[in-house]
Design a protein around this ligand. Structure first.
Ligand code: PA5
Length: 448
């Protein structure tokens, strides 16, 4: 079960300067009905992510069982949409100490920071490791660089059987990784053609690692399915969680100047969920001079770091709190504590966390900072599945509101092109010239 409380984003609570009027939400009625029918038609194409809850997962589960029985380490090689979803599922849905006590241990090689890669290599036993190389394009430089290093090690240490230590998740037909897998008889999973990286967590990109880690992927998809059913029949913004999230953020952004969207969970196990959402919101909607800047915060830690700014700084933020009603365990403050601090006596840590959230919400509302609270009864695959689908649909729907294409990322390509030029890649000679023109180190301060 999830609840969305948007009371504190509304004008009757925080005033018309910062809050949204119900009439504003209602005035989008026709737009929403029209967009809703367009989305239903796009489900075979751009909105294909909406079909993913209905897929057959038997092959994923079968191969995951084989992995669980034969390997102690699972290393995902991938970046951005190809890694953040699996990391989020790992953190939210396995035991918090999984990597200390359970198997297979899970690591991600995303960055090409040599310190990070070397440290993960020091932690694993190659002979007991499965490497899942994940890339839709099959050519992302970070992924192929890390893969090249691993491949070399595998071929040296396990010359007879190195192929059996690889699973490749990629485009069904195209790209270097697909070709490599075919030539070397390596196990593969397909990423459906219409699904781009940041919308791919409910494909084998996220589902295969999750199943290998013992997460109930059927329940994850059940949650997503439930959200799809709600979002498919409910055209009214107040009954459609995805449209509601999208509309409130859009109006806060375009009509109240809230150009920053903060997500602040009060549960450490949802921190990575925020990273996943941050990419979805930023890369999908940051186009044509539009979009909100997603910012990550954590309750209660950032109460002691960010709340001063959120309350009294520029009024450019809308905040989403995420709260879990029942943690998997709790600790009680004993009653034999000094009188001076007796007000915490007999409360549990979760109770304190809850009161801190309520206090923060009240303080922000008093300062007229719009805030929404998403409550889950517990951290379960079903609830996370619902949230994933809700945010994906909210993002897709927001594309229509902002009149931009939420499914591409043209601005990411430019930096990549300059990098290819600097690496000496064939065909990028003009880019190298352009780079030399653009890149200046004119004003510098050096201190020794
Ligand atoms: O959302 C996206 O499309 C990107 O963030 C990609 O996931 C990221 O760049 C990695 O791309 P690929 O999966 O092709 O390696």
């Amino acid at each position: 079960m999830i609840k969305i409380d948007y009371t504190n984003a509304m004008a009757d609570i925080i005033g018309e300067r910062d809050g949204i009027l119900r009439e504003e939400l209602n005035s989008f009625r026709h737009f929403i009905v029209e967009t809703h029918s367009r989305i239903q038609k796009e489900k075979e194409n751009k909105f294909y992510f909406a079909k993913l809850p209905y897929q057959d997962t038997s092959e994923i589960k079968k191969y995951a069982n084989y992995i669980r029985e034969n390997f102690d380490y699972f290393v995902l090689i991938g970046i951005g949409g190809s890694s953040l979803g699996a990391e989020m599922l790992f953190q939210a849905l396995t035991w918090i100490n999984h990597n200390e006590f359970d198997f297979p241990k899970f690591y991600v090689l995303d960055n090409v920071d040599p310190e990070k890669v070397a440290s993960i290599l020091e932690k694993i036993d190659i002979e007991k490791t499965i490497f899942n190389v994940v890339s839709k394009s099959g050519s992302t430089v970070e992924t192929i660089a890390n893969f090249s290093i691993i491949l070399d090690i595998l071929k040296e240490k396990i010359p007879e059987n190195w192929q059996k230590h690889l699973v490749i998740t990629t485009d069904p037909e195209k790209g270097f990784l697909r070709k490599f897998a075919q030539e070397n008889n390596i196990k593969t999973f397909d990423i459906p053609k219409p699904v781009g990286g940041r919308f791919s967590v409910l494909t084998p990109v996220g589902l295969f690692p999750a199943a290998c880690l013992g997460i109930d992927i059927d329940q994850l998809l059940e949650g997503a399915k439930k959200m799809d059913l709600i979002c498919s029949v409910e055209e009214h913004v107040e009954h459609n969680p995805a449209y509601l999230i999208a509309m409130v953020h859009y109006l806060a952004n375009m009509r109240r100047g809230k150009s920053i969207a903060v997500m602040m969970p009060y549960a450490e196990r949802i921190e990575k969920f925020v990273d996943w959402w941050r990419q979805l919101w930023a890369e999908s909607l940051g186009k044509d001079g539009l979009g909100q800047t997603p910012v990550k915060a954590l309750g209660t830690v950032d109460q002691h770091s960010q709340i001063q700014l959120y309350r009294e700084g520029i009024k450019d933020k809308i905040i989403t709190f995420i709260y879990v009603e029942k943690p998997s365990r709790d600790l009680k403050i004993p009653d034999n504590i000094p009188d001076d601090i007796s007000y915490i006596k007999n409360h549990t840590l979760h109770d304190i966390l809850t009161k801190e959230l309520l206090g923060t919400k009240a303080a922000l509302t008093k300062s007229k900072v719009p805030n929404i609270t998403i409550t889950m009864d517990k951290l379960s695959p079903y609830n996370i599945g619902m949230l994933i689908y809700m945010y994906e649909m909210a993002t897709g729907f927001s594309g229509y509101l902002y009149k931009i294409n939420p499914f591409d990322q043209p601005a990411v390509e430019e930096g990549k092109n300059f990098m290819y030029a600097l690496m000496g890649r064939e065909g990028y000679e003009d880019k190298l010239e352009e780079f030399k023109e653009l890149y200046k180190e004119k004003y510098k301060l050096e201190v020794d």
